[in-house]
Design a binder for this molecule. Structure first.
Ligand code: IPE
Ligand code: IPE
Ligand code: MG
Length: 252
């Protein structure tokens, strides 16, 4: 049964869309390669970041078409503060720009915006734009667009441990009561399911401190394509590959 009309046509479309039952609920993407995309074109790195920002809209649209429930996008890591201040300043302004341009459209598409990461440490106008978007979309019931910004998995786990220690000191539970769920419940992602499919663009084969706990059993998918060029066809290819995977979780 066709659940929705497909706007894209390529030679694989028929094959891919025969199977709707195994679309990943949660897709997480390490949107890498903006700088190299620009460099290749003889442009400054920031041109790649702008193009990368525009690409988010395209991927949100197709994820929505596929009925994906959660799309987590890695936008800025806790390690990205090591970059030159001019690039950081530009990256901090991007969410403001993005939301100014696309928020009405995202609302129309029933997208709900959320974030993971230390939002409090972002410049105040970036925080304001993000919080406004979260608030204005909080009643939407469609795709959760979860932006990882100033996000680092190790920091997140440390925070989780500190919070658990505090609970214990308050007498809420004992050390022996700690389980995997206790850790999970203290992460930024406590309200979300783990990523089913984790995609990284730009040819790098690493996680770069992204969702280390949550991706324990995620299916990984890598492409050499730089993020600004990652289009609907590649997104479909990732889903198609995912659909062929057998997730065993240690079983047989
Ligand atoms: C990803 O692109 C965006 C961020 C990390 C903010 P990069 O800026 O890392 O681009 P490359 O990897 O240098 O090409
Ligand atoms: C990972 O990309 C972070 C984001 C995409 C936001 P990086 O470009 O920072 O990763 P490394 O430094 O190559 O590992
Ligand atoms: Mg990079």
């Amino acid at each position: 049964m066709a659940l929705f009309k497909l706007p894209f046509t390529n030679k694989d479309t028929k094959k891919i869309h025969n199977s709707y039952d195994k679309v990943p609920d949660h897709i997480a993407i390490i949107m890498d390669g903006n700088g190299r995309w620009a460099q290749k074109k003889g442009l400054p790195r920031i041109a790649g970041h702008r193009e990368g920002m525009d690409n988010i809209k395209r991927i949100v649209k197709i994820a929505n078409t596929y009925n994906v429930k959660i799309l987590t996008l890695y936008a800025f890591s806790t390690e990205n503060w090591k970059r030159p201040s001019t690039e950081i300043d530009f990256l901090m302004k991007l969410p403001i720009d993005f939301l100014q341009h696309y928020l009405p459209e995202l609302i129309e598409e029933n997208v709900r915006i959320q974030t993971i990461g230390e939002i409090d440490d972002l410049p105040i106008n970036t925080q304001t734009a993000i919080l406004r978007a979260i608030e204005n979309t909080s009643h939407n019931t469609g795709l959760i667009l979860n932006i990882a910004i100033n996000y680092g998995s190790k920091f997140e786990i440390v925070q989780s441990i500190k919070s658990i220690c505090n609970d214990i000191l308050q007498g809420e539970y004992k050390v022996d009561d700690i389980t995997e769920e206790t850790i999970t419940e203290h992460l930024y992602t406590s309200h979300l399911t783990d990523p089913d499919l984790l995609i990284r663009t730009s040819g790098e084969l690493r996680l770069s401190n992204f969702l280390l706990w949550q991706s324990a059993y995620s299916e990984l998918w890598f492409t050499d394509t730089f993020w600004p060029d990652f289009d609907e066809e590649e997104f479909e290819k990732a889903i198609n590959d995912y659909q062929k995977r057998k997730r065993r979780y240690g079983g047989i």
